[in-house]
Design a protein around this ligand. Structure first.
Ligand code: MN
Length: 191
């Protein structure tokens, strides 16, 4: 099948000053687009030619996995943002976070620490396991918890391309900004 770059549900300047229009022009317009272009070229004539993206994320390896998972991860990442969403967890997800981490503030601290200490390029995830419990997970490169049978809830891209234009080497400042644009109404529906 042919993959396409999904249209974002907000304008490229809508997340300023936390995530700049320039960052989205590159991160969404160039990087995310490149993964789509690459995957379309790679699946031609392969065993995954007719597979959907989730199957590719779960079952492929090598370049097809890297590009397919990066498409999935970036779409999941960009769609959890909004210029005016709920900035803390709501409803049953809030209950689960409070029960497991003590409070939203403690969860935020723990998730931020995972994202800050992830070495090199990768993704920090909040995911739900088969027992319905939440887990904070660090994945390198294009890693995705779907591969281990978990349900992704929240993700933070810590590849340098996610923040270098805005905060240069300062990943901790990027992580501060990240919390300011999350829409927990969207994230809660994933739980
Ligand atoms: Mn990225």
């Amino acid at each position: 099948m042919t993959f396409e770059l999904p249209k974002l549900p907000y304008e490229l300047n809508a997340l300023e000053p936390h995530i700049s229009k320039q960052t989205l022009e590159y991160h969404y317009g160039k990087h995310h687009q490149a993964y789509v272009t690459n995957l379309n070229n790679l699946v031609k004539g392969s065993a995954f030619e007719n597979s959907d993206l989730e199957t590719i994320v779960k079952e492929s390896d090598g370049g097809i996995f890297n590009n397919g998972a990066q498409i999935w991860n970036h779409t999941f990442y960009f769609f959890q943002f909004s210029p005016n969403g709920a900035r803390t967890a709501q409803g049953t997800l809030a209950d689960a976070i409070n029960a497991q981490y003590g409070s939203f503030a403690k969860f935020k601290e723990e998730f931020t620490a995972a994202a800050a200490t992830l070495f090199g390029a990768g993704w920090a995830w909040l995911a739900k396991n088969k027992e319905g419990k939440l887990e904070i997970i660090k994945e390198s490169n294009a890693g995705n918890p779907l591969r281990n049978g978990l349900t992704p809830i929240l993700t933070c891209d810590v590849w340098e391309h996610a923040y270098y234009l805005d905060t240069q080497n300062a990943r901790p400042q990027y992580l501060k900004n990240f919390w300011e644009v999350l829409d927990w109404n969207v994230i809660g529906k994933r739980f």
